[in-house]
Design a binder for this molecule. Structure first.
Ligand code: ACO
Length: 324
């Protein structure tokens, strides 16, 4: 019998401090009207001084474990997607591992910026389906507020901090698209687009953490095309049509990109999970935060088919199909 990665838990954490668009007008020349019209964002959560990416990740993971009633000692894999690690090394995942009290298995980070959660899910799914691990936490956690240039109105209004996690356990499936769990993942990257979205610092280049730089229009143009391609690939690989999809849970960067993906799938916005208005772009945390919210309020029901779709710096992009 082929193995499938079943979702058995979910968790989230958002820092307490909320900055509205109005709060940003004291920092840069912007307006609530501009931000809402161009992006759909109204507010974002900002990590407190001393609150680290690992703290956000640990809180989300702990909630996922508690909801599933699973002891951390039962985990044998923890994959943390982040572009804003606590330190250059060790991996933020190992700090989360220690804070959770997970004493065995392996923990490591995956770096694919805003596609990070889809990448981390793909890695964990492959471990589980190969039988190399049985129970895995996949967490996306970011403190983007720390790498923003708070004088650049073109980028600082777009991002926020947060963490979301899903708990996976290997279970038997039939190999058909009616199985529960992760049905497929598709990952892509094209490093030629580095200059459109990057951080202008790093250990081996400047010796500093650097700040996020983005050519917004260029990223937008690619996001719409690449995310649509990843949707088509996921459907074709599983012999499914847009009509089979119950929920779209895309990366939350801009409501206009999200609406364009919904249109491609012919899905009404009621079947799309959108958190960008309240969370802004939390990079690798955005999809698991959205999953947690929709699962928590009862929108996602067992057996429903969910399409995840993301695009980020690199460029990286990808999709995953999950039957809840
Ligand atoms: N407030 C007011 N005006 C602003 C602001 C602001 N915060 N930011 C830019 N402007 C101005 C610009 O200066 C420009 O003015 P000008 O016409 O006088 O030169 C005007 O608004 C238009 O700016 P554009 O950048 O062309 O605006 P656009 O409509 O492209 O929207 C945005 C910008 C929101 C960034 C959009 O391009 C976008 O969402 N891009 C995609 C981002 C994304 O998807 N990222 C995902 C990956 S992120 C990751 O991986 C880390």
């Amino acid at each position: 019998m082929p193995l499938r990665s079943h979702v058995i838990g979910h968790g989230a954490y958002l820092p307490e401090t909320v900055w509205t668009n109005a709060d940003l007008t004291s920092k840069v020349d912007t307006s609530d009207e501009w931000i809402v019209k161009r992006t759909g964002i109204r507010q974002r959560h900002i990590a407190a001084d001393g609150e680290l990416t690992s703290d956000l990740a640990t809180a989300a993971c702990r909630q996922a474990l508690e909801r599933a009633g699973l002891a951390p000692q039962r985990l044998d894999l923890l994959v943390c997607a982040t572009a804003t690690p606590d330190e250059t090394f060790p991996a933020t995942a190992t700090r989360v591992q220690a804070q959770l009290g997970m004493t065995g298995g392996a923990a490591f980070d995956v770096q694919a910026v805003c596609s990070g959660f889809v990448y981390a899910l793909a890695v964990a799914d492959n471990f589980l389906r190969l039988g190399q691990a049985q129970t895995a936490l996949v967490v996306g956690a970011e403190t983007f507020s720390r790498i923003l240039d708070w004088t650049d109105r073109g980028t600082c209004v777009l991002f926020g901090d947060g963490a979301g996690a899903v708990l996976l356990r290997a279970g038997e499936g039939s190999g058909r698209n009616t199985d529960r769990g992760v049905l497929s993942t598709h990952l892509y990257s094209d490093g030629r687009h580095h200059d459109a979205l990057y951080v202008d610092g790093g250990v081996s280049s400047t010796g500093t953490a650097g700040h996020l730089r983005m050519e917004g229009k260029e990223v937008f143009r690619h996001a719409v095309v690449r995310m649509a391609e990843a949707i088509d690939t996921a459907l074709a690989a599983n012999d499914l049509t847009p009509g089979d999809i119950d929920w779209l849970v895309p990366h939350q960067a801009n409501i206009r990109i999200i609406e364009s993906m919904a249109k491609r799938l012919n899905l009404p916005m009621e079947r799309v999970v959108a958190t960008v208005e309240r969370h802004a772009n939390t990079s690798a945390a955005s999809i698991p935060l959205a999953l947690d919210e929709a699962a928590g309020d009862g929108r996602l029901k067992r057996g429903e088919l969910i399409l995840l779709d993301a695009m980020g710096g690199g460029f990286t992009w990808g999709s995953a199909l999950v039957r809840w």
